[in-house]
Design a protein around this ligand. Structure first.
Ligand SMILES: [Zn+2]
Length: 187
């Protein structure tokens, strides 16, 4: 059976899946093997959505499926060091810089909308990264608190806002409630 048939996953839209999007994701129970299977399967589903949409990161809240009543605490985001994506399970913020920057973001839940939102320049996370179908505890740093805005820092800021955007999703927080302003985007 394909993942599509098994889980009936779809991109959650604010207009139709508000409750799902606004639910706080629940932590994955790492002692239950069937929940680890969900992590593996959701990783594949997320990877496919990253390939077929313009999303730069994705969280369980973005994907409605028939397996759980609320989203699971899982996000699929760029790795801060390597040029690849990583599945992070039960991510928690350990540190966030007080310094912020304004980022311009889109969101799969709001097609054709753009948002301006303030994000921390630096964030440090803990969680479990999936590698070879196993979860390993990790601590990852995104962004920089350095004042100089170099082209390199601009890339760092992009991954920094992506993880903060997805972490917000896991708390049920949406851009429309957090953004400084929003605007329409043409297809
Ligand atoms: Zn989003």
């Amino acid at each position: 059976m394909t993942l599509e048939n098994r889980y009936k996953p779809r991109i959650a839209l604010f207009d139709t899946d508000k409750k799902w999007l606004c639910s706080a994701a629940r932590a994955v129970n790492l002692n239950r093997s069937y929940e680890l299977d969900w992590v593996i399967d959701l990783s594949f589903i997320m990877d496919r959505f990253i390939d077929t949409t313009r999303c730069l990161g994705i969280s369980s809240n973005n994907i409605f499926w028939n397996k759980t009543d609320v989203p699971l605490r899982i996000m699929y985001v760029p790795h801060p060091v390597y040029e690849k994506y990583v599945t992070l399970v039960n991510p928690e913020i350990k540190e966030m810089s007080r310094r912020t920057f304004e980022s311009v973001e889109g969101c799969a839940a709001f097609p054709n909308k753009g948002f301006r939102v303030r994000r921390s320049c630096y964030v440090r996370l803990s969680g479990f990264a999936m590698r070879n179908y196993e979860l390993k505890p990790v601590e990852l740093e995104y962004g920089t608190d350095e004042k100089i805005l170099s082209p390199k820092n601009r890339n760092l800021f992009e991954t920094a806002w992506i993880v903060q955007h997805e972490l917000d999703h896991l708390e049920g927080i949406l851009l429309k409630d957090k953004a400084v302003s929003s605007f329409e985007v043409d297809e």
